[in-house]
Write a protein that binds this ligand. Structure first.
Ligand SMILES: [Zn+2]
Length: 289
């Protein structure tokens, strides 16, 4: 596989992680309640800068043999690597019309923007014309409410405005293809959506299971490996921080207990790994398959 793509199997499910590029934001946005000195020390240990955090965007292609499923579509036109996801799909042998299902873990721009062609800002077009677009009903209801309340997030007001605008605009552009789900739902055989609220009201995790192998996709329930090591450290993009942390703990306990592989959209590429119980009630991240 070329750089930016990595293939592995979960039982009979052929999985490929595809990089849609990356962004960078102030460290304080990702760790708003972390002790400053402790955070600086933890970032330094990882060789990372203390000012800005680089966050990769990693989508997951699942080929079941019958179905082609894409989990999250990346940022799309707003990205410094706009179009990356389509190029990576093409290299993986997938044309946009081959995609049967796109699942959005949630409607933040870095997950939904890549499903929409915004080259003509007046006429947004779906990029996967034949795909059903699966999203939680709670997510759809939240962003389509008259004025989605983002006061719980601790990022700049500009960032909140962009997030609100893009989410609403993309959901509107995709409205004829949207399929709403409620609760735990098997989307295709072996791929189950699990409600994981807190980051957003309808945020989803995904459990892949086939032939005794399992992988848990956290979505944005953790956006940096330090969120495993220090599970009480909040993420400023979480709408409901306490609920997000309860969800994160529950997912990580499930993954560690089941010896599962784990994927997280924003973790260092290829964004897959394993975790084990670490010190102080946290977990240690070991990247790779
Ligand atoms: Zn995200």
């Amino acid at each position: 596989m070329p750089a930016g793509a990595h293939r592995f199997q979960v039982g009979t499910l052929r999985c490929t992680v595809l990089s849609d590029g990356y962004g960078a934001n102030p460290a304080a946005w990702y760790f708003p309640n972390a002790d400053g000195a402790q955070l600086a020390d933890a970032l330094e240990r990882r060789g990372a800068g203390c000012e800005r955090i680089v966050v990769p965007y990693t989508c997951l292609l699942i080929e079941t043999g019958r179905e082609v499923v894409l989990i999250d579509a990346g940022l799309g036109g707003g990205s410094n690597t706009a179009g990356a996801i389509l190029a990576r799909l093409e290299v993986a042998g997938i044309r946009p019309k081959d995609v049967n299902t796109v699942v959005f873990t949630h409607a933040h721009p870095d997950h939904i923007g890549g499903a929409v062609d915004d080259r003509d800002p007046l006429v947004l077009r779906p990029l996967f014309p034949d795909a059903r677009c699966v999203i939680a009903e709670a997510e759809w209801d939240f962003w389509n409410s008259p004025r989605p309340d983002l006061r719980g997030m601790r990022v700049s007001d500009d960032a909140k405005s962009i997030i609100r605008f893009v989410a609403r605009q993309c959901l509107q552009a995709l409205r004829h293809q949207i399929e709403l789900i409620d609760g735990e739902v098997e989307i295709v055989p072996g791929v189950r959506a699990i409600p994981a609220p807190g980051h957003t009201p309808g945020h989803l995790a995904l459990l892949l299971s086939s032939e005794g192998q399992q992988m848990l996709h956290l979505g944005d329930a953790a956006v940096h490996p330090l969120h495993l090591e220090y599970p009480e450290w909040q993420n400023g993009f979480d709408l409901e921080p306490q609920r997000a942390i309860a969800t994160r703990r529950s997912l990580l306990t499930q993954a560690a207990g089941g010896g599962m592989h784990v994927m997280a959209f924003h973790f260092p590429f290829p964004s897959i790994g394993r975790m084990a119980a670490g010190m102080n009630g946290g977990w240690e991240w070991t990247p790779g398959w």
